[in-house]
Ligand binder design. Structure first.
Ligand SMILES: *Cc1c(COP(=O)(O)O)cnc(C)c1O
Length: 386
């Protein structure tokens, strides 16, 4: 089976983890700040705060931006549930903004329409979470302008977009947002097994996320009592244990050195697929806008007739391609239906979902794997999509 995504590890990665395992520190040692510094430098952001998952980092970012019960957070329905759940962890409400069918990203036009209406009703969001679906950055300039006009904060869910660029700048540099979140799950662009990070420009937001990551505890100059006891620590708020380990950070540092090569390989696979499927009128291929460099976390096609999706999916699985569907719209999940959402509310996301299949896409694919996927997909499309 060729999966839709998987990690790419080499002997340098194995060596880095073994070195961390043999060191004095298994957690809370030097590898974590080293990884954070390398991430911040690579992405052009002053601060990076690593954690044990993107889900944790989303939660930390929401807390650091002051999200509370009574507030609301808006995100895309075409995402993993974690992009919305972070608001629920804070007791806040969730709402969704429908997608742009071309990029499958949260639509800045739909966002503007919804903000105008929300302003009339006095229900403006505190935070908007654009999700860079498949590694294609959202229209951040427009979303940033709306955040100024309507007074909300922006957390980019860049779980798919490590190594992508927008208007020539790395995703994560924070030109149009308050915080950017990365995931290092093995199917993502670089991996730490489990892991995530939050990048930002504001030192107070970075400090809040770092404090909340480790129980809400402060030491040294931050002690409110001014204590000089050498053992002193104070818990000043209710935090969590969302820390990354030294093993994970060592792996992350080793993986980060290969980020550019990973993106190049993903982009080459994308070009091969685009060329091979260009004549298949049954499929809508993913697009890349001129002002972005997509990280191609996913290569997601949409079938012209939704009735073809399931038989094509089954034919591809039967031929040992580990295809997947991204995403079941979050508002149609039972948990969100119980909060009042229903199918029909975000038709563009639902229409895309009804057609979507993600093909194998990861840098460790060989040219032979790519040729196999192309051959299997072409045959299955001809057999099924008629
Ligand atoms: C993978 C993913 C997450 C969650 O990442 P974890 O590191 O597994 O917590 C959040 N949002 C999106 C869009 C993702 O793809």
């Amino acid at each position: 089976m060729i999966p839709y995504g998987r990690q790419s590890l080499d002997t340098a990665d194995f060596h880095a983890v073994q070195q961390a395992l043999r060191s004095d520190w298994l957690t809370q040692g030097p590898a974590i700040p080293a990884f954070e510094q390398a991430l911040a430098t690579r992405m052009g952001a002053p601060f990076a705060v690593a954690s044990n998952s993107a889900t944790s980092s989303l939660h930390l970012a929401c807390l650091a931006l002051g999200l509370q019960p009574g507030d609301s957070l808006w995100t895309s329905p075409n995402t993993f549930v974690a992009s919305a759940n972070c608001a629920r962890y804070c007791g806040a409400d969730v709402d969704f903004v429908d997608i742009d069918p071309a990029t499958r990203n949260l639509s800045a036009e739909r966002l503007k329409d919804k903000l105008v209406q929300a302003k009339r009703n006095g229900r403006l969001p505190k935070i908007v979470v654009p999700v860079h679906f498949a590694g294609h950055p959202c229209n951040m300039e427009a979303i940033g302008a709306l955040s100024q006009e309507f007074g909300f904060r922006v957390i980019e869910d860049a779980s798919h977009a490590v190594g992508a660029t927008y208007q020539g700048e790395p995703v994560g540099c924070g030109t149009f947002s308050d915080v950017t979140i990365f995931s290092f799950h093995p199917v993502k662009i670089i991996t730490t097994a489990e892991g995530g990070a939050a990048l930002c420009r504001d030192p107070a937001i970075a400090a809040a996320m770092a404090r909340l990551r480790s129980h809400g505890i402060v030491r040294g100059a931050e002690l409110t009592s001014g204590s000089t006891d050498p053992w002193a620590y104070e818990q000043v708020e209710l935090g969590f244990n969302y820390r990354m380990t030294e093993l994970q950070a060592a792996l992350g540092l080793s993986q980060l050195a290969k980020l550019d090569a990973f993106i190049e390989r993903r982009r080459a696979i994308r070009r091969a697929y685009d060329d091979a499927f260009a004549d298949l009128g049954q499929l809508r291929l993913p697009v890349e806008r001129e002002d972005v460099r997509c990280a191609w976390h996913l290569y997601a096609v949409a079938v012209n007739n939704p009735a073809w999706r399931r038989p094509l999916f089954e034919a591809l699985r039967a031929a040992d391609l580990g295809v997947q569907v991204h995403y079941i719209p979050v508002h149609t999940q039972p948990y969100y239906r119980a909060l009042g959402f229903a199918p029909g509310m975000f038709p563009a996301a639902e229409d895309y979902y009804a057609r979507a299949i993600s093909l194998p896409m990861f840098p460790a694919m060989t040219d032979g794997d790519v040729a196999t996927v192309i051959d299997v997909v072409r045959k299955a499309v001809h057999a099924v999509c008629r």
